[in-house]
Design a protein around this ligand. Structure first.
Ligand code: FAD
Ligand code: MLT
Ligand code: ZN
Length: 481
């Protein structure tokens, strides 16, 4: 890629590039001034600050293909950006001033929604929450639930293979993807939007783009599989002395109930403290405080009071047998929402105290309780002052183990932060786990790729990257070490 220009010649060249981009997408959809770029050049947490040459907003795949061809010819890198809610800096440009941020914010159309086929085809810039509403209007469910859904986009969720609170039953975003349309590095618009439930005709490029974090192509649209919409939920919040009980109760409930257990989320007393002390200052509707909290949900389908009663009896018996006695069930839709507001408010409440050191680990579910206890103990051993905020997707074996700042609004000292991350990732790796269960790699975890990822897997990924993007136009400096 070209180096930052310092001369008049370079300024003229930049002006020519901006002019060419403006002729493709319209001048007002090319943002080159610092104030206009600010929200695109920095990530949601304020962890990464880049400096792009311009932010470009194409209206459709054809315009985007022209932008890609222009950038490839001028050897300018492209950083795709959806809602900019990613937690690993994948959508943030570097500081060279030579990268173009392509935002999908103008591509928000619903192209097709067929309840009979249970498929929705929409543009990649559609916010997840809007896509969920489209599905709901058709009596169906887009089963991906993340707290950032108001801003995160369909394309971003696919590019990061987003997880969330319903993975336990529905899987991550990749499982919803029946096919995508994408602009490839040579400007080809590649389309696989047939919405077929079955198609074994060769390699599955759509599945490959899911989780590629903008390094292999830019997703412009997707065909998404929709699920039946639950008619009722049994949602509860419970207090627990330890995480082992949460696992035991999940296993017992699975054995008893024929219904879908769609969420099995936990959070620690530290999360509860943050929820109470920060932001909307939420309190937990339980009799007493506990070391851990479990937010579980069973989804019911179709009518039938008897089935609901049975499912509720199963749930109550399981919690009682597991020794979980402080339980609040949601008696109405609004109570359900209030319980979910607790779980969904943790990330914002955590951000309010300053830059926490986040981790997103997964091991096999049977190992997660012991690992979480070990990691909390080891953090305290590294520095007894550390407050560790553990929460996440217990049913998937995926927890966020975050060290809060020692001093409000101040990052942890570098040496301590490095020691904490190394300890957490080493222990997770030793337990056969992943250092990034759902947030991806971006620029934050590239070094961890080299350290923990199998060398042969890295070689294959590098070959795929070279085959699809030989000149490194798409999101250089991300994912691959
Ligand atoms: P961006 O942040 O804009 O981009 C993310 C990555 O995808 C970047 O590498 C970018 O280059 C690439 N990209 C974006 N759009 C495209 C495209 N159209 N084509 C190709 N590449 C593209 N994540 C979870 O997995 N589970 C959670 O529970 C969860 N909860 C969250 C809660 C909060 C409050 C916040 C702030 C974030 C949360 N996240 C979660 C992280 C984040 O919301 C997801 O990763 C989301 O999928 C990112 O979507 P986005 O549109 O904002 O993508
Ligand atoms: C969550 O589980 O709430 C998300 O992954 C967000 C986070 O880790 O902060
Ligand atoms: Zn999560």
């Amino acid at each position: 890629m070209t180096q930052p220009g310092t001369s008049q010649h370079a300024d003229d060249d930049d002006a020519r590039i901006l002019g060419s981009l403006g002729r493709i997408v319209g001048d007002r959809h090319v943002i080159a001034d610092a104030a206009g770029r600010a929200g695109f050049d920095t990530d949601w947490r304020g962890m990464f600050a880049g400096r792009s040459l311009a932010v470009v907003a194409p209206a459709d795949a054809a315009q985007l293909a022209d932008v890609v061809r222009l950038c490839a010819a001028r050897r300018l890198a492209i950083v795709p950006q959806g809602g900019n809610t990613g937690l690993c800096g994948g959508a943030t440009p570097d500081t060279s001033g030579r990268q173009i941020v392509v935002t999908l914010r103008r591509m928000t159309g619903l192209r097709h929604l067929d309840p009979e086929d249970a498929v929705m085809i929409c543009d990649a810039g559609v916010p997840l929450a809007a896509a969920q509403e489209h599905a709901a209007d058709a009596g169906l469910l887009l089963p991906i639930a993340i707290a950032s859904a108001g801003s995160a986009t369909v394309g971003g969720a696919i590019a990061t293979n987003a997880g969330g609170v319903n993975v336990l039953h529905y899987g991550s975003m990749r499982r919803c993807v029946m096919g995508v349309e994408a602009v490839l590095a040579d400007g080809t618009v590649w389309s696989d939007l047939g919405g077929l439930h079955k198609d074994n005709t060769g390699f599955d490029l759509s599945a490959l783009l899911a989780g590629s974090e903008g390094t292999l192509g830019i997703i412009t649209a997707a065909a998404l599989a929709l699920a039946p919409r639950p008619s009722r939920h049994l949602t509860f919040l419970a207090g627990l002395p330890d995480l082992v009980r949460a696992n035991a109760a999940l296993a017992a409930l699975r054995a008893r109930t024929g219904e879908a257990i769609t969420a099995w989320e936990v959070f620690s007393a530290t999360s509860a403290d943050l929820l109470h002390a920060e932001g909307p200052r939420l309190s937990l509707p339980l009799a007493r405080p506990h070391p851990w909290y479990l937010l579980g949900e069973v989804s019911l389908f179709g009518p039938g009071d008897a089935r609901e009663e049975r499912a509720f009896e199963d749930l109550a018996a399981v919690l009682e047998n597991a020794g979980i006695d402080d339980v609040t069930p949601a008696a109405s839709g609004s109570q359900r929402q209030a319980l979910w507001a607790l779980r969904e408010g943790i990330t914002e409440a955590e951000r309010a105290v300053g830059p926490s050191l986040k981790h997103d680990i997964a091991v096999r579910p049977s190992r997660i309780a012991a690992l979480a206890t070990h990691l909390a103990d080891e953090c305290r051993r590294l520095d007894p002052r550390l407050r560790v905020n553990i929460f996440g997707h217990m049913g998937d074996g995926n927890l966020h183990v975050n060290a809060l700042p020692l001093v409000r609004d101040t990052a942890l000292p570098v040496a301590l932060a490095e020691a904490v991350t190394r300890m957490i990732h080493d222990a997770t790796h030793a337990a056969g786990g992943s250092f990034s269960a759902e947030h991806g790699v971006g620029q934050l975890k590239r070094a961890e790729m080299r350290r923990y990822k199998d060398a042969s897997a890295l070689r294959v990924m590098q070959r795929i990257k070279t085959a699809l993007d030989p000149d490194g136009v798409f999101n250089p400096g991300k994912v691959l070490p």
